[in-house]
Design a protein around this ligand. Sequence first.
Ligand code: PMP
Length: 284
Amino acid sequence: RTVYVNGEYLPEAEAKVSVFDRGFLFADGVYEVTSVLGGKLLDFEGHAKRLERSLAELDMPSPISMEDLLEVHRELVRRNDLDEGMIYLQITRGAAGDRDFVFPDPEVTPPTIVLFTQSKTLADVPAAKTGIKVISIDDIRWGRRDIKTVQLLYPSMGKMMAKAAGADDAWMVEDGEVTEGTSNNAYIVKDGKIITRHLGSEILHGITRAAVLRFAREAQMVVEERAFTIEEAKEADEAFVTSASSFVMPVVSVDGVSLGDGMPGPVAARLREIYLDESRKAAV
Ligand code: PMP
């Protein structure tokens, strides 16, 4: 595989990052994941804009223009002959000589930028037909979940807790209300209404969420952006999650309680279809 590190395309075995890199020492970095279908990027602009915002919120200068970033994405698709999968992008505050909590001067210590591809079937996956099971766990993450940082230890632990409980993923709960999934935004459907948590610093502002809500409204579906409780989720008619790599994924049980008939619901199925159609059309 060819990867991109600080301006160079290299075979993965030759790509290196310093042991002093602040991404490694402090999780001082941000990332994005952009999906590729048919060799084209889905929602590149949305991901690029969120990246700029994440960087700005952390006072990190961008090491690359958005035009060049698009070119790097496309070049990696070409060099790796990627048809379907993801492009992972990470920018960290770079490697200062010593370990120091204080941010280094960006003029002296430039950010580190890494991109790599991952080939994976995304569209035609069995889970889209069977749905996934989620459990609820406490949301004990920090208060700036709107910044897409590489601090993913707790979400990773959440997936392990789900696995240990015989489920597929976890929904995180704060003050009785669902914030989001470990790596996706969470939705329930009740009496035809699509309910998903409002934006704020408690959740990541999903690029897929924005697109799916737009498509839902265009299709005259009713959308309510508000917090919902885990109890409401257990009584919902259906549920689903969204993310760049899972698109719209039906959820068929919450904490062992089956939703509806235990099969993916019609709203989730329809939104997945619309999202895939529209995103393919708009892919670059
Ligand atoms: N919430 C969290 C915590 C996530 O990690 C992700 C995926 N990175 C999402 C939501 C979904 O965001 P997106 O649709 O932009 O992939």
